[in-house]
Ligand binder design. Structure first.
Ligand code: UD1
Length: 336
C-alpha cells in the first residue's frame, strides 16, 4: 500500500482528496495545523471511508517538526494543500503569506530530497494566468505578474518546484485549479469559510440559508453576455479525483517531464447570474441579490481548456454544475 502525505488534509479540497485516496487504496498521513479546519473533519473522513487516516497536528513552518516527520515516516508521495488562500488578506499581510506558503514548500521539498521521496503534487491556481489574452485558457498561456501576494505564492511556488526538479529526482505536477465548489455527496465534508465568505458559492448558500441578507453581485458592466463575470466552476470531488490520477502518473513514472502543469476545470464558463439562476433552479430557493461595483482585482472571464488534462492525464470533469450547487446547498443545511 502506497503511503501518501497530504498536507492540509483536513481542509476543503484536502479532505475530499483524502477520501478519494483512501477509496483508491492509498494509506494517508495528514499534516494539518487546524488554522482553517477543524478536527471533526477527521471523524467525518473516517465515517465516509471506514478508515481513519494518520493525523499529525503541527505547523509546516516548524522545520524541525517537518524533518522529524520525514525521518520517522517512510512515504511514497506528497500532496501539498496546506497554504493560506485569502486574496484580500494576503494584500494586508504579505510577509505572513510569503512565510506561510513559501517557507513551508521549501521545507517539504528539502526533506523530500533528503529522504528520497520522489512524487509531489502542488495546489496551484488559474490565478497564475491573470486575465488571459485568449479563452479558453491552455497551459501554454502566459503566466502573468501576480495581482496579489497570494497569487504570487502560487506563481513562485511553481518556479521553486520546477527549479528543484532540475537538480533532484523529485518529479512534480502542479494542478492549476479553476474555481472549486460543491461538496461530497454524503454532505459530511465541505467548505467551511471563516467569517464572511469571500468566495461566491459559500456566500450564495449562506444567503439562501438566511445567514446573509443578500448577495452582492460584483459588477454587471463586464463585457460578457449578461454583464457579470465568468468563471469555470469545478466540482471538488472531480478536482479531488484529478489528484489521484496525477499521483498515479508520477508513481508509475508516466510523466513526460519532471515538472508538469495541468489545468483542472470543467472547461465551461458560467457567469455569476447563471450561477444564481442555476442555484435557484436546483434548490427551489429564491436568492436575494443586488448589483454592486466590481471587486478590485477581479478579472472578466476565465475558463479552462481541458484538452491536455484529458489527453495526458485521462481526467475530465464528470459532475455537472447542478450537481455541485445542489451538494453545496446540502452541505450548507448541515451547518445550521
Ligand atoms: C478567488 C481568487 C482566486 C482564488 C480563488 C480560490 C480573487 C480576486 N481571486 O477567485 O485567486 O484562487 O478565489 O477559490 O479573489 N462574486 C460576487 N459576489 C460575491 C463573491 C463573488 O459577485 O459575494 C463574484 C466574483 O466577482 C467573481 C465570481 O463571483 O466574478 C467568483 O468569485 P470567487 O468565488 O471569489 O472566485 P474568484 O474571484 O474567481
Amino acid at each position: 500500500m502506497k503511503k501518501i502525505l497530504v498536507t492540509g488534509g483536513l481542509g476543503f479540497i484536502g479532505s475530499h482528496t483524502v477520501v478519494e485516496l483512501q477509496n483508491e487504496g492509498f494509506e494517508v498521513l495528514i499534516i494539518d495545523n487546524l488554522s482553517n479546519s477543524t478536527l471533526d473533519v477527521l471523524d467525518k473522513i473516517t465515517s465516509i471511508t471506514a478508515i481513519k487516516p494518520s493525523y499529525f497536528n503541527f505547523d509546516l513552518k516548524d522545520k524541525k517538526a517537518v524533518q522529524n516527520f520525514f525521518s520517522t515516516n517512510k512515504i511514497d508521495g506528497v500532496i501539498h494543500f496546506a497554504a493560506s488562500k485569502a486574496v484580500g488578506e494576503s494584500v494586508e499581510k504579505p510577509l505572513e503569506y510569503y512565510e506561510n506558503n513559501i517557507s513551508t514548500l521549501i521545507y517539504l521539498l528539502q526533506e523530500m530530497k533528503a529522504t528520497n521521496v520522489l512524487n509531489f503534487i502542488f495546489s496551484s491556481s488559474c490565478t497564475v494566468y491573470g486575465q488571459a489574452d485568449e479563452l479558453p485558457i491552455t497551459e501554454n498561456a502566459t503566466v502573468k505578474p501576480a495581482e496579489s501576494p497570494y497569487g504570487n505564492t502560487k506563481k513562485m511556488g511553481e518556479e521553486i518546484i520546477k527549479d528543484t526538479t532540475k537538480v533532484s529526482n523529485i518529479r512534480a505536477i502542479a494542478l492549476r485549479y479553476f474555481n472549486p465548489i460543491g461538496s461530497h455527496e454524503s454532505a459530511k465534508i465541505g467548505e467551511l469559510p471563516i467569517g464572511t465568505p469571500q468566495n461566491l458559492i459559500p456566500f450564495v448558500t449562506q444567503t439562501a440559508a438566511g445567514i446573509r441578507k443578500e448577495l452582492s453581485v460584483f459588477g454587471n458592466d463586464y463585457p460578457t453576455p449578461d454583464g457579470t463575470a465568468i468563471r469555470d466552476y469545478i466540482h471538488v470531488v472531480d478536482l479531488a479525483q484529478a489528484h489521484i490520477v496525477a499521483l498515479k502518473r508520477l508513481i508509475d513514472a508516466k510523466n513526460n517531464s519532471n515538472f508538469e502543469v495541468f489545468n483542472i476545470g470543467s472547461g465551461t464558463g458560467n457567469s455569476v447570474l447563471e450561477i444564481i439562476h442555476s442555484f435557484e433552479k436546483v434548490t427551489g430557493k429564491k436568492l436575494n441579490y443586488k448589483f454592486v461595483e466590481r471587486r478590485l482585482g477581479d478579472i472578466t472571464a476565465a475558463y479552462a481548456d481541458t484538452t491536455i488534462a484529458k489527453t495526458e492525464l485521462g481526467w475530465t470533469a464528470k459532475l455537472s454544475l447542478d450537481d455541485a450547487l445542489l451538494s453545496a446547498w446540502k452541505w450548507q443545511q448541515t451547518l445550521k
